[in-house]
Design a protein around this ligand. Structure first.
Ligand code: NAI
Length: 510
């Protein structure tokens, strides 16, 4: 099945934030688009505003004037739903209310031809439920764009129980022809992105609640070590604490109160206080006039020369750090036959977190002066790392590690001794949720990874990231989190466990 022919008219219902963006995308791709909104003049005003925005992009040389004129010529106001009689696809982007949406689709069925595809941009309503009662429920499909639709590449193509495979394929191919990255998803709560992204917020919220570090430090670590565009606190302030909290609550309720999705009390408190983020002037940060964004905490260097190091045994991911240390003139002796698998920096014993807390690991493995290193997206490039230490690692020994990392351009934030530090904990939980989405047939491995890369700009898909960390290590981290907290929230996905037992990764056989 191929994409819809460019000669086919596309109907868009709802001229708000999403409808406007979707109409623009379809018009830019060469379709005639009719835009309907039940608010008087809304569609007309939206088209005028699209034209204005596109003309600004001509000034910035992103579009030619001809392209803009063509796009605008493709956009027409629909005065009533009857104008969609000859549409090949109608995409609904109106208020998020099932009854209102169902009334619109019932009317569309009496207007459009039996071949017309009916799509909804809903973020949270079941496609199966929306289609129920329709004359042709098999032609109802989710076409979930991300905001702003002209910029965000992802489109989740969501199938309900009775959506026809051919319809989903046509919509998938059409989204691809429009320059998007489509992924197939089954209609389950949160679809892919709004489900798999939950731990990104939840783990940072919990780290803050447990006073592992402050918001600015946690955000900086997620950006500078994790490679995410924003940390959870700045991002939820941008999204709106009320909006983000409502999505979490809706996913939590839809999964019958599964503790993996448990909402955060500190976020509820913000919502209760009216601290909704940027839009209200206060959230986790203040946006009031004159407010200064707090600086992340990092440990200052001592200005003593960096100590010498010994790489003992197999250091896996940390070998990139060893190369950085030796590349910048620090003496690093090699002891490859050692069974310890630790990096000695001065008197400190430095290892990558396996999820256990530092004191716990120091006790059980009799490791002296233990310092744990958090995950970084790229140890060769990172400018920031979280470290934690066992209770009996003294300040001067910890300082030696800080000095060595400072010498290679890495700031160190010391965080409280807590399971799996910051980035490792978050990425392991993202991978776990992503694995569960695959296990439950919500999407494929590539589909989930693409969804997270193109819907929320993650630097790597969580499953590709899990492969890079090593499935065994991710499982160890999750097991350690579950043992430490004793909570079902951290239970390992069966798929991760299965792959670990089979010695395989998500993408390839190891
Ligand atoms: P919006 O409030 O900006 O726009 C909705 C538009 O629909 C308004 O112009 C309203 O007048 C119109 N409308 C309401 N009822 C109507 C009806 N019965 N017939 C015709 N027009 C009607 O809302 P937004 O943000 O554009 O969201 C639209 C849909 O897209 C919702 O289902 C939402 O869940 C979904 N969505 C929203 C995203 C976002 O970030 N805002 C992202 C992805 C999906």
């Amino acid at each position: 099945m191929a994409a819809l022919d460019k000669s086919m008219m596309i109907g868009v219902i709802g001229a708000g934030a999403m409808g406007a963006g979707i109409a623009q995308v379809a018009a830019q791709s060469g379709h005639l688009v009719k835009l309907y909104d039940n608010r008087a003049d809304a569609a007309k005003e939206t088209i005028a505003s699209i034209e204005k925005q596109l003309k600004r992009l001509v000034e910035r040389k992103k579009f030619t004037l001809e392209q803009v004129q063509q796009t605008v010529a493709n956009l027409q106001v629909a005065n009533e739903l009857a104008d969609f009689e000859h549409a090949g696809l109608v995409i609904e982007a109106i208020v998020e209310n099932r009854d209102v949406k169902q009334a619109v689709f019932a009317e569309l069925e009496s207007i459009c031809s039996a071949q017309c595809i009916l799509a909804t941009n809903t973020s949270s309503i079941s496609i199966t439920r929306l289609a129920a009662g329709m004359k042709h429920p098999e032609r109802m499909v989710g076409m979930h764009f991300f905001n702003p639709a002209p910029i965000m590449k992802l489109v989740e193509v969501v199938s309900g129980l009775v959506t026809s495979k051919e319809i989903a394929t046509t919509v998938f191919d059409t989204a691809a022809a429009w320059g998007k990255v489509p992924v197939y998803a089954a209609s389950t709560p949160g679809f892919i992105v709004n489900r798999v992204a939950r731990p990104f917020y939840a783990e940072s919220l919990r780290l803050k609640q447990e006073q592992v570090a402050d918001c600015a430090t946690l955000d900086a670590l997620m950006r500078e070590a994790g490679g995410f565009r924003m940390g959870a606190f700045e991002l939820t302030d941008l999204i709106g604490q009320d909006v983000n909290y409502a999505v979490t609550c809706s996913v939590f309720d839809a999964y019958y109160g599964d503790f993996r999705f448990q909402p955060s009390l500190i976020q509820k408190d913000l919502v209760d206080a009216g601290y909704l983020g940027r839009k209200s002037g206060e959230g986790f940060y203040s946006y009031k006039e004159g407010a200064v964004k707090p600086e992340p905490h990092s440990v200052p260097p001592s200005h003593h020369p960096a100590p010498s190091c010994v790489a003992m045994g197999n250091l896996d991911a940390l070998s990139a750090l060893v190369m950085r240390l030796s590349g910048s003139g620090i003496t690093v002796d090699q002891d490859p036959s050692s069974l310890l698998n630790v990096l000695k920096i001065g008197d400190a014993t430095v290892v990558l977190t396996d999820g256990r807390m530092a004191s716990e690991r120091a006790n059980s493995e009799s490791l002296e002066n233990l310092v744990l290193v958090d995950l970084a997206l790229d140890y060769q490039k990172t400018t920031h790392l979280a470290l934690s230490r066992a209770h009996n690692t003294p300040d001067d020994v910890f300082q030696q590690v800080v000095d060595a990392f400072f010498a290679v351009g890495i700031k160190v934030s010391e965080v409280a001794d807590s399971p799996a530090l910051v980035v490792m904990r978050t990425v392991a939980m993202l991978a776990n949720e992503a694995a569960d989405a695959v296990l439950n047939g919500v999407s494929s491995v590539e589909g989930v990874d693409n969804a997270m890369r193109y819907g929320v700009n993650y630097p790597l898909g969580p499953l590709a990231w899990a492969d890079r960390i090593g499935i065994d290590r991710v499982q160890q981290v999750l097991n350690a989190l579950q043992t430490s907290y004793g909570e079902d929230r951290y239970r390992t996905s069966l798929l991760l466990k299965r792959l670990s037992d089979q010695g395989r990764g998500f993408y390839e056989n190891k």
